[in-house]
Ligand binder design. Structure first.
Ligand SMILES: *Cc1c(COP(=O)(O)O)cnc(C)c1O
Length: 399
């Protein structure tokens, strides 16, 4: 392809791309878009920390004391705040240690690429997050098995196949390693990975387990400790991934696990060696968010109160809200067109909730994914529910 044709091809794609909404406010109960207030009804700021005064104060103090930038961890970038944050995360998750990265995308890449080589084996849920899929690709592993979503019998079939592959030693003579990897919470439907079954099978087949809990931390388990705590499996998962960008409302990701594993990542993860560490304000804000949760589960309780209220009201109105076990509340609308029209009309009513359409979900399974947050009052939630009722009737989704 000539350079001209190449740019023409890109132009065709860019022309059809939709410009993003531009937010002119903080990410609280409401957003300001084009100068107008819209209920923030689909964000992952579960706990309302994005505008929390305690996080703001912690950031100001840390910036006054330490400035902004840090550095590369292995050179001169490991700051006492990083170590405090890693210790706080490990304590929160109930693991021996943790290591932070600039995002969960990075943490997933590091978690898999560092320990999995071409001749090892990865077994992955078919609906895993894009960052896991990319991380598996980055490792260059050839033996990939994809099991049916949340299906432990299919996982066992794949483990049996993996066991056969495992019989042939790698070129260095070692036995291939088997890694089972899954999202903890699946973000389109809000359902959970069947972790007890996965852990049982991993023990039977001597495989490592990895759980990406980006949507579970701050939300599930005791005081928001995540999906592993929710199932009472603390200490039973080898590799736990978390994001500091969802419930914690900052930026960053981490791997939590035993001391040996984290020690190995500290020495070997390319994402830690060759990419910058989180900045002072990011680290201070994340640390404060975790300290708040260590002290009190008030925000988590408020989140769930709000979620239960919205979901009950939606059900009473006759909406199909799927089978979510988390605050992710899909309002099922069928066709892409209905979902897009529904979202446009919500916007006109002062409610921001974007449509989820093909290829993010299957054809015919389009939806609006509502996520209430702890920052909202009953009155705020009623604004959203009333708008859903009005437009649901207009579009014939409910009677
Ligand atoms: C959002 C998300 C990520 C990416 O998190 P970042 O910290 O924004 O990179 C990774 N995994 C899952 C399951 C997610 O939902």
């Amino acid at each position: 392809m000539s350079k001209n044709d190449f740019y023409k091809k890109l132009e065709d794609v860019v022309r059809t791309g939709k410009a993003p909404y531009v937010i002119e406010s903080g990410q609280g109960a409401y957003l300001t878009i084009n100068g107008k207030k819209k209920l923030n009804f689909c964000s992952s700021h579960y706990l309302g920390f994005a505008e929390d005064q305690r996080l703001k104060t912690a950031v100001k103090k840390a910036v006054e004391k330490y400035g902004v930038g840090t550095g590369y961890r292995t050179l001169a970038g490991t700051h006492t705040l990083h170590l405090e944050l890693e210790e706080a995360i490990a304590k929160f998750k109930g693991t021996e240690a943790s290591v932070v990265f600039s995002s969960a995308y990075m943490a997933n890449a590091a978690a898999i690429q560092t320990i999995i080589g071409k001749e090892d084996i990865v077994i992955s849920d078919e609906l895993n997050h894009a960052s896991i899929i990319d991380a598996v690709r980055l490792s260059g592993v050839k033996n990939k098995f994809i099991y049916k979503h949340a299906d432990t019998s299919d996982l066992e079939e794949k483990l049996k196949e993996a066991q056969k592959v495992q019989k042939a030693p790698k070129s260095d003579g070692e036995e291939p390693l088997i890694l089972i990897v899954t999202d903890g919470v699946f973000s389109m439907d809000g359902d959970l990975a069947p972790l007890p079954g996965i852990v049982r099978l991993a023990e039977k087949y001597k495989a490592l387990t990895m759980v990406d809990d980006a949507h579970g931390e701050g939300v599930l388990g005791k005081g928001g400790r995540g999906v592993v705590d929710h199932y009472g499996l603390v200490g039973k998962i080898d590799i736990e991934i978390g994001s500091l960008s969802k419930a914690f409302s900052v930026i960053g990701g981490f791997i939590a696990g035993n001391r040996t594993l984290i020690g190995y990542y500290n020495l070997k993860a390319r994402q830690r060696l060759f990419s910058i560490a989180p900045t002072i304000p990011d680290t201070a804000a994340s640390l404060e968010a975790i300290r708040i949760l260590q002290k009190s589960d008030a925000a988590v309780k408020k989140l769930w109160e709000n979620v239960n209220y919205v979901r009950n009201e939606f059900k009473k109105l006759g909406f199909d809200t799927g089978n979510s076990q988390t605050p992710i509340t899909p309002v099922m609308l069928g066709s892409d067109e209905v979902a897009k029209e529904f979202s446009t009309r919500l916007f006109d009513e002062g409610v921001f909730a974007t449509p989820i359409v093909f290829p993010m979900v299957a054809k015919g399974a389009a939806r609006i994914r509502v996520i209430p947050s702890a920052s909202q009052s009953r009155k705020d939630l009623d604004v959203g529910i009333k708008a859903f009722e009005k437009i649901g009737r207009q579009l014939g989704v409910i009677k």
